[in-house]
Design a protein around this ligand. Structure first.
Ligand code: NAD
Ligand code: ZN
Length: 250
C-alpha cells in the first residue's frame, strides 16, 4: 500500500494531464449503494421496471414511485466523502484536469470539482419531454406529491430525469467531450468502477493505447486490472486522501 501511494503520487505529480474516471464505488462510502456486488441496488429493485427506457415510456409511475421513495430521499441526504473531496483538492492543486463520471448523484460537484463530465446524466435535473422546460429535483418532488406521474406545470407534458436509462444511447456531445479528455490525458485514474459497462470498459483502454499511464483503485478486481500500470484493491476514501497528502508533502 505504501509503495502504491508513493508511486501514484509521483506519477500524478509528474503528469501534465491527469484525469479521473469514477463509478458507483466512489459514492459507496457516502451511503449510495452500487449496482453490482454485495448490497447492490438491483438486488432490491428490478432495473427493468425502474431504469429501462421502455418501461419508463410505457408507464413512468414505477420510476416516479422509486424516485419518491428511494432516489429523492437518498440524494437529499448524502454528502460527498473523502474520495470525492480528494479529487476536488487534486483539481484545486492543479494536478487533475477533469473527472469523467458514470454517477448520476452530483457528489463530485458538491465536493467542489468543477470540470465534471457526467456520462450518464444527473438525477438532479428533470425536464419536460414535450416543452423541454427544466425543473429541479425539488420541484419535481413537489409536483409528484400532488400527482404521479408528475405532469409538466408548463404544458402538462411528461417529465423525465436527465439521466440515461438502460436502452438509451449516451449523449453524443457528452461522449465526445469525454473522448477529448481521454485523448489529452497522460495519466488516467479509475476510481470505484467495475469497468464492465460501455463506455467504461473502453475509455481506460483508449487512454492506455494513447500512451497514458493507467491506475485503478477499486475494492474488487476489475475487467482491466491486467492492463493497468498501478492497481490497488481497497476503499477509495482510504486511499485517495493519502495520495493527496503525499503529493502535498513532496
Ligand atoms: P458498479 O456497481 O458496476 O461497480 C462498482 C465498483 O465499485 C465495484 O467493482 C466495487 O468493488 C467497487 N467499490 C465498492 N465500494 C468501493 C469503495 N469504497 N472504494 C472503491 N471501490 C469500491 O458501478 P459502475 O462501474 O459505476 O457501473 C454501473 C452503473 O452504475 C453506472 O452506469 C452508473 O451510472 C450506475 N450507478 C450510479 C450510482 C451513483 O450515481 N452513485 C450508483 C449506482 C449505480
Ligand atoms: Zn412541458
Amino acid at each position: 500500500m505504501r509503495d502504491f501511494i508513493k508511486a501514484m503520487a509521483s506519477g500524478i505529480d509528474a503528469s501534465d494531464y491527469a484525469i479521473a474516471f469514477t463509478g458507483a464505488g466512489i459514492s459507496a462510502e457516502s451511503g449510495i449503494p452500487t449496482y453490482r456486488g454485495e448490497d447492490g441496488l438491483w438486488e432490491e429493485y428490478d432495473p427493468h421496471l425502474y431504469a429501462h427506457i421502455r418501461s419508463f415510456l410505457q408507464d413512468s409511475s414505477h420510476y416516479w414511485n422509486f424516485f419518491r421513495e428511494v432516489r429523492y430521499p437518498l440524494i437529499k441526504k448524502v454528502r460527498p466523502n473523502k474520495a470525492h473531496l480528494a479529487l476536488s483538492e487534486m483539481e484545486a492543486l492543479g494536478k487533475l484536469k477533469s473527472v469523467i463520471t458514470q454517477n448520476i448523484d452530483g457528489l463530485h460537484q458538491d465536493a467542489g470539482s468543477s470540470a465534471v463530465i457526467e456520462l450518464h446524466g444527473t438525477t438532479r435535473r428533470i425536464f419536460c419531454m414535450d416543452c423541454s422546460q427544466e425543473y429541479s429535483m425539488e420541484d419535481a418532488f413537489t409536483i409528484l406529491k400532488a400527482k404521479c406521474p408528475p405532469p409538466c406545470p408548463n404544458c402538462e407534458g411528461k417529465l423525465r430525469p436527465d439521466v440515461i436509462f438502460f436502452g438509451e444511447p449516451l449523449d453524443s456531445v457528452v461522449l465526445r467531450a469525454a473522448y477529448e479528455e481521454v485523448k489529452k490525458s497522460d495519466f488516467f485514474l479509475v476510481v470505484g468502477s467495475s469497468l464492465v459497462v460501455y463506455p467504461a470498459a473502453e475509455l481506460p483502454v483508449r487512454a492506455k493505447q494513447g500512451g497514458a499511464a493507467l491506475a485503478i483503485i477499486n475494492k474488487e478486481e476489475t475487467q482491466l486490472d491486467h492492463l493497468a500500470d498501478y492497481v490497488l484493491h481497497d476503499e477509495a476514501g482510504k486511499v485517495l486522501p493519502q495520495i493527496i497528502s503525499r503529493i502535498k508533502r513532496d
